[in-house]
Design a protein around this ligand. Structure first.
Ligand SMILES: Cc1cc2nc3c(=O)[nH]c(=O)nc-3n(C[C@H](O)[C@H](O)[C@H](O)COP(=O)(O)OP(=O)(O)OC[C@H]3O[C@@H](n4cnc5c(N)ncnc54)[C@H](O)[C@@H]3O)c2cc1C
Length: 309
């Protein structure tokens, strides 16, 4: 892992910086590159613009590691209201959220009850999938166990898996067996080389290997496979391999973040591939934004440019 990436990921977890940095005006304005605003209506307006381009969305309210159980209640009610808003606006939007945003650190049972409420409402009102983000490795096993349990009761749930973890090869096979909806990403957290590939080329290789396994299962209609990546080499490799393996275009779904590679998103959608844009909003953007900077440390230059302009 590169030094700038390490420093930015360290900063994402630093409490002092977490309190100070979000108050800086130039950082606040730089964040707008990756999110349309802090309010849910900002996300829904952005989603309606993408809708016109034929690109549906995934929407998430930023937040993680809440420390008081009541905060999870507020988050749950917020998502329940959001489902009504999405239904009223008739937008093709799926939701994605982090379990620690609902209280996973404090009570798994409460988190389960809250997540189930949202999932059932999503099924009734929107008839689509709700995604569970994958957080740092301390949560991997519990998140997968949580997913298996909820999947038993509600079909319309998807889970994110991270290609940088050695264990993911086994998790992918295991979850294909239960017909999971899987979003594969490279992984955004600081992990030790004992459990995760440290070199980009190894992560990329593993990503392609896992993606091929997922695509074969999607071809047989066993699962939904979504690829959360902006890596054009990987995107081309998967498209080429899918053509050779007679996998239809609509089985290959790419998900990308708002503000990154918009032209590529339009291009892929125009060519018949399933594409979704993940739109984030909310006030608690600091750790999430630092992970975005860590993915491309050159983004820090953009923040500095904002400071001087
Ligand atoms: C839809 C979606 C959901 C995700 N959910 C999770 C999750 O639940 N858990 C998790 O750990 N991670 C998640 N991630 C983040 C993911 O793990 C990676 O950190 C992130 O996608 C960057 O990896 P990449 O595949 O784009 O490849 P990279 O090799 O990092 O990037 C490839 C190219 O994409 C562009 N790019 C990538 N990131 C940025 C950026 N921040 N700013 C500007 N350009 C950029 C650059 O041109 C770069 O060269 C998610 C990502 C997406 C797209």
């Amino acid at each position: 892992m590169s030094l700038p990436r390490n420093i930015l990921l360290w900063a994402s977890e630093n409490k002092l910086m977490r309190n100070k940095i979000p108050k800086l005006k130039f950082v606040k304005s730089a964040v707008q590159k990756f999110m349309p605003g802090e309010k849910p209506e900002n996300a829904l307006t952005a989603a309606s613009h993408f809708d016109l381009l034929g690109i549906p969305s995934v929407v998430t309210r930023l937040g993680e590691n809440i420390t008081k159980i009541e905060e999870g209640e507020e988050v749950c009610n917020h998502y329940l209201d959001l489902v009504d808003e999405i239904e009223n606006k008739k937008l093709n939007i799926e939701l994605s959220l982090k379990l620690t945003q609902l209280g996973f650190d404090i009570s798994e049972e409460e988190t389960y009850n809250r997540f189930k409420l949202i999932t059932q409402k999503v099924k009734d009102k929107l008839g689509n999938v709700i995604w569970i983000d994958m957080e740092g490795s301390a949560y991997t096993q519990n998140t997968i166990d949580f997913y298996k349990k909820i999947k038993n009761e509600c079909e319309n749930v998807g889970l994110c898996l991270q290609a940088y973890l050695y264990r993911t090869e086994k998790d992918v096979k295991d979850l294909i067996n239960i017909g999971a909806n899987i979003r594969l990403v490279k992984g955004a957290y600081k992990e030790s080389p004992e459990i995760a590939f440290a070199q980009k080329k190894d992560v990329d290789q593993n990503y392609i290997r896992l993606a091929e396994t997922l695509l074969l299962a999607a071809k047989e209609n066993n699962i939904r496979a979504a690829f959360g990546t902006h890596d054009e080499n990987i995107i081309y490799a998967l498209i080429k391999w899918s053509k050779q393996s007679n996998i239809q275009k609509d089985k290959i779904e790419f998900q990308m973040l708002y503000g990154i590679k918009k032209e590529k998103q339009k291009n892929l959608a125009g060519r018949g591939y399933a594409v979704r844009v993940l739109i984030s909003y909310g006030e608690y953007w600091y750790p999430w934004y630092m992970r975005r900077l860590a993915e491309r440390p050159a983004n820090v230059l953009f923040v500095l440019k904002n400071m001087f302009s």
